[in-house]
Design a protein around this ligand. Structure first.
Ligand code: ATP
Ligand code: MG
Length: 333
């Protein structure tokens, strides 16, 4: 019934997933999976004839988690802060409690700083450039992925230590790392390099792209300029638009939407409208002792991110605030 590699895969999955879920993936009764996990089924040496295609389809179903990346029309719009804030929130709020992972592939890696990792002589920062050519699961979990100092189910794969090392990141190692971590983490948030020629293959391996822009006119033009890129990357239907107010002034939401619709010649829904959050710079500059999400998980910034998270992971059934809707329904009464 199972090949040896199926059995191996089921045991790997068994470390993280319920037998009932694995049974659903393999379309077999749950007690068969329990038998495999107990070691009572070893698996056949050969692939059963004619089953190869079916197996590929079945395995693809196993990826129930999400891999998310972020792009922007230019630097400094808030990609890293949005991804990190989402990672923290997701680790705290995902209903399974399964681990969440941030991967830093930027030339100037800022995820460790944003997440609160401090690497020094005591704790040496691992690097994807120091992996073997074909890193196995143990190498990735024991060496590359480091656990957050405060949140047990939050992990980081840090980027390069110095920008010059970036060109040594082999894309096939990135693919291998993604392939392994996608089997184990509930949500994976990837900080992309600024170099667009590196986006194609990485973005193709993600499920959703966050387009992060500021609420100003140049970024509306930037959004219109990004649309052909999203098409080329095959993500025209798989992106969420995040307007991040990283400056204190800018266009109001209604005006922003009207101008955006005019320039793109169609309605373009805004999926998250993030407020200015002074706690972010306070945290990065050391005047705050905690990330703003940990400081206040009920803040307007955190609530808007929770709404975004519920769009990314609708199956989590997060209870999110919808103040505008409840006010409207109250007015309609
Ligand atoms: N909502 C916000 N409120 C206040 N400050 C913000 C907000 N979002 C981002 N910032 C600040 O803006 C700066 C740039 O943010 P961030 O590093 O996340 O941008 P980025 O798009 O990742 O930049 P880069 O292109 O350099 O990677 C940071 O100092 C961050 O704290
Ligand atoms: Mg960044």
């Amino acid at each position: 019934m199972f090949t040896k590699s199926d059995v191996e895969r089921i045991k790997e999955m068994g470390a993280y997933l319920d037998p009932a879920y694995i049974a659903d993936v393999f379309k077999v009764p749950v007690d068969v999976i329990e038998d495999v996990l107990r070691g009572n089924i070893q698996g056949d040496e050969m692939e059963p004839a004619g089953k190869t295609t079916l197996k590929v389809v079945e395995k693809a179903r196993f990826v129930r988690n999400k891999t998310v990346c972020a792009v922007s029309p230019g630097g400094g719009k808030g990609k890293t802060s949005v991804l990190v804030s989402l990672a923290i929130l997701a680790a705290l709020r995902n209903p399974t409690g399964r681990p969440v992972l941030a991967i830093d592939l930027a030339e100037f890696g800022k995820m460790p700083l944003h997440m609160g990792f401090r690497f020094d002589d005591e704790r040496i920062m691992p690097s994807i450039t120091q992996c073997s050519d074909n890193p196995n699961q143990n190498e990735i979990f024991e060496y590359l992925a480091v656990r957050h100092p405060q949140i047990d189910n939050l992990y980081l794969i840090p980027g390069v230590k110095v920008a010059d090392m970036h060109e040594r990141i082999e894309t096939n190692i990135i693919y291998r790392v993604l392939e392994v971590v996608q089997r184990h983490f509930e949500l994976i948030l990837v900080d992309l390099p600024a170099r667009m020629d590196l986006w194609d293959e990485i973005v193709a391996r993600t499920d959703m792209v966050l387009v992060v822009v500021s609420n100003n006119y140049p970024d509306i033009e930037g959004m219109a300029q990004l649309i052909p890129t999203l098409k080329r990357l095959g993500k025209e239907q798989q992106f969420l638009l995040v307007v991040n107010q990283n400056g204190t002034t800018g266009l109001k939401q209604g005006m922003f939407q009207r101008v955006l619709a005019g320039l793109c010649a169609r309605e373009m829904p805004v999926d998250a409208w993030l407020p200015f959050e002074s706690g972010l710079s306070g945290w990065l500059n050391g005047t705050e002792t905690q990330h703003c999400i940990l400081n206040n998980v009920e803040s307007e910034y955190a609530s808007e991110l929770a709404n975004l998270l519920s769009k990314l992971c609708p199956d989590w059934n997060l209870k999110t605030s919808n103040k505008k809707k409840s006010l409207l329904s109250w007015l309609r009464r």
